[in-house]
Design a protein around this ligand. Structure first.
Ligand code: 4AD
Ligand code: MG
Length: 463
C-alpha cells in the first residue's frame, strides 16, 4: 500500500524511511542529470517534491513527463533543502501510470485559469489549487456541522427529495414527472394533466426539508436535516444555485432566542474547526483570494454576533445617507445591498436580524403579539448577505390556518403538518443554513458556483 502526501509532509514517517506515494504531477523541471517533480494527491494543499536522478532505469521516459501525468514513486524521505517544504523524496523507482496524451493542448499550463473556464473542464477543475482547497474546506465544514449537532444530542433525519408541498410557498419548485411527454394525459381543456405527474399525484423536488423535519422535532426534540434542496429560480447571481445543500436544525420547546443562539454557536464551532484542521488551505485563500481572511475567522469565532430588530434596521438604512438601488421603507423585503450595508458598514461583522413584517415572510413563522411581525431571524454576513434564515414556528392551529389562507395555500394540503398543532403542540423553531454560502464566506470565494463540486444553476450545468 502507499502513503498519503499529507502524512509524509506532516512528518508521520521518520527521515530515511522508504515509502511509496501516488499522485499527479503539478510541475516538473527536468535536466539530463536530475528531475524535480512536484507531486500532489489532494490530501493537503502542498505537493511533495520528488528528486529523480539519471541512474533511474527509465530516466529517459521521466525526462518527458508533463503536468498531470500520474505516477507511483518509491523512495527515501529526506529533509528538504527548499524553503517552505519539510520533506522530500529521493526516488528509487518511478512507475509511470498514466501519461497526458497531448501535452501541447493540455490546459494546465503554468498559467492560472478563470473559474468560468474551470466550470467547463471536468477533468481539470478538481486538480487545481483552488478547487482542491475548496473541496477540503467544504468537507471539513460538513464534518464539523455533523459533529456539532451530534455532540449536542441532535438526531440527523433524512428528509425526502420528492415532495408534494411547497415549504417556502414561493412557487420555485421543479416538477418531477413520470408522464409520457409525447402523449401526456390531458385535462378537459386539453392541457397536460400535471395532477397525474407522480404515479397519479403532483410532485416536486423539495425546496426545504423543514416541514418534514418538524414532525421528527415534535417527537425527538432535537433534530436536523442536511441534504440537497432545489430552487427553480432563474437568477444569475453569485449567491443562487438551482441545486444547493441546506443544513436545517429544528428544536422543540424553543423560542426565537434559542434558535438564534444555536445558529451563532454552530457557526463559531465550524469556524474553529476549519482554523484547526485546514490552516494550509486557509493560508492559500488568505493570500490569493481574500486578504485578512484568517484573522477575520479568528475574531469571529470569539466575538458575540450583534442582534437587531428589522424595524431598527430600517431606521438605520433610511438614515445612513447612502443611496440604494431599491428604496427602503418599513415593510420592504431587504435586498442584498441593504443586507450587506448592515453587515459590512454598520456592524462590521455578521448580524442577526429579527422580527420581520409578516407580509415578507413564510406562512409557518410565529406571529408576534404586535400582529405585524413574525418571530423570524436571518443571519447576514459581510460580502454575502443572508446565509441563514430561520424562525420560531407558528404552533397555534387557528393562526396557522389563517396565515396559510392569507398566503394562498390550501390548509387541507398540509393536513399532516397541521396535525402537529392538534396533538401535543409545542413551541419550536429552527433555521436553514445555505451550505454553499457558508463555504463561500469561509473561503472568500465570491461565487457559490465555485464552492460546489458540480454547480447546477441557470446556464451552468455541463457535467
Ligand atoms: O431563507 P430560506 O428560504 O429558508 C428556508 O428554506 C427555511 N425553510 C429554513 C428553515 O427555517 N428550516 O433558505 C435558507 C437558506 C438561505 O438563508 C440561504 O443561505 C440559502 O438557504 N439559500 C440558497 N443558497 C443557494 N442558492 C439558492 N438558490 C438559495 N436559496 C436559499
Ligand atoms: Mg430567507
Amino acid at each position: 500500500s502507499h502513503s498519503s502526501i499529507s502524512d509524509v509532509l506532516a512528518g508521520k514517517y521518520p527521515v530515511e524511511s522508504i515509502i511509496t506515494v501516488k499522485g499527479w504531477i503539478r510541475t516538473v523541471r527536468a535536466n539530463p542529470n536530475f528531475s524535480f517533480i512536484n507531486l500532489h494527491d489532494g490530501s493537503c494543499f502542498d505537493p511533495i517534491q520528488i528528486v529523480a536522478d539519471k541512474n533511474l532505469s527509465n530516466y529517459a521516459e521521466i525526462m518527458k513527463l508533463t503536468t498531470s501525468c500520474s505516477l507511483s514513486v518509491t523512495g527515501k524521505i529526506v529533509e528538504s533543502q527548499g524553503k517552505g517544504q519539510s520533506f522530500e523524496i529521493q526516488a528509487d523507482s518511478i512507475e509511470i501510470i498514466g501519461l497526458v496524451e497531448d501535452p501541447d493542448t493540455y490546459p494546465m499550463a503554468p498559467k492560472r485559469h478563470s473559474v468560468e473556464y474551470l466550470r467547463e473542464h471536468a477533468h481539470l477543475r478538481p486538480r487545481t489549487n483552488l478547487i482542491g482547497a475548496v473541496t477540503r474546506v467544504r468537507n471539513t465544514l460538513a464534518q464539523a456541522i455533523h459533529r456539532f449537532f451530534n455532540e449536542d444530542g441532535f438526531q440527523w433525519i433524512a428528509t425526502p427529495i420528492i415532495t408534494a408541498s411547497d415549504c417556502e410557498g414561493a412557487g420555485e419548485m421543479f416538477r418531477v414527472s413520470t408522464l409520457d411527454s409525447v402523449n401526456p394525459p390531458l385535462t378537459d381543456e386539453g392541457k397536460t394533466d400535471f395532477s397525474q405527474d407522480f404515479f397519479g399525484k403532483e410532485a416536486f423536488l423539495t425546496v426545504s426539508g423543514q416541514l418534514n423535519v418538524e414532525t421528527y422535532c415534535c417527537a425527538l426534540s432535537k433534530v436536523y436535516t442536511f441534504g440537497p434542496t432545489f430552487r427553480a429560480e432563474n437568477s444569475n447571481t453569485s449567491r443562487h444555485l438551482a441545486e444547493f445543500w441546506m443544513v436545517e436544525p429544528e428544536i422543540a420547546f424553543a423560542d426565537l432566542a434559542t434558535v438564534a443562539q444555536c445558529a451563532e454557536d454552530m457557526l463559531k464551532y465550524v469556524f474553529k474547526a476549519v482554523l484547526n484542521e485546514r490552516k494550509d488551505d486557509l493560508e492559500f485563500f488568505d493570500q490569493r483570494v481574500q486578504k485578512g481572511l484568517i484573522q477575520r475567522l479568528e475574531t469571529l469565532s470569539e466575538t458575540s454576533f450583534v442582534r437587531m430588530d428589522y424595524t431598527d434596521a430600517i431606521e438605520i438604512l433610511k438614515n445612513c445617507g447612502k443611496k440604494f438601488e431599491f428604496p427602503v421603507e418599513w415593510g420592504v423585503d431587504l435586498s442584498s445591498e441593504h443586507e450587506r450595508y448592515l453587515a459590512e458598514e454598520h456592524v462590521g461583522g455578521p448580524v442577526i436580524l429579527q422580527n420581520y413584517p409578516k407580509e415578507i415572510k413564510s406562512f409557518y413563522m410565529r406571529m408576534n403579539d404586535d400582529n405585524k411581525t413574525v418571530a423570524a431571524m436571518d443571519v447576514l454576513a459581510p460580502g454575502i448577505g443572508e446565509i441563514i434564515g430561520g424562525s420560531q414556528r407558528e404552533d397555534r392551529l387557528d393562526i396557522l390556518d389563517a396565515r396559510m389562507i392569507e398566503s394562498g395555500l390550501n390548509p387541507e394540503d398540509y393536513y399532516w403538518y397541521r396535525d402537529l398543532r392538534r396533538y401535543g403542540s409545542v413551541p419550536h423553531g429552527g433555521f436553514g443554513l445555505g451550505f454553499e454560502r457558508l463555504v463561500s464566506y469561509v473561503t472568500g470565494v465570491a461565487n457559490v458556483r465555485d464552492v460546489i463540486a458540480f454547480p447546477r444553476a441557470a446556464k451552468s450545468a455541463n457535467f
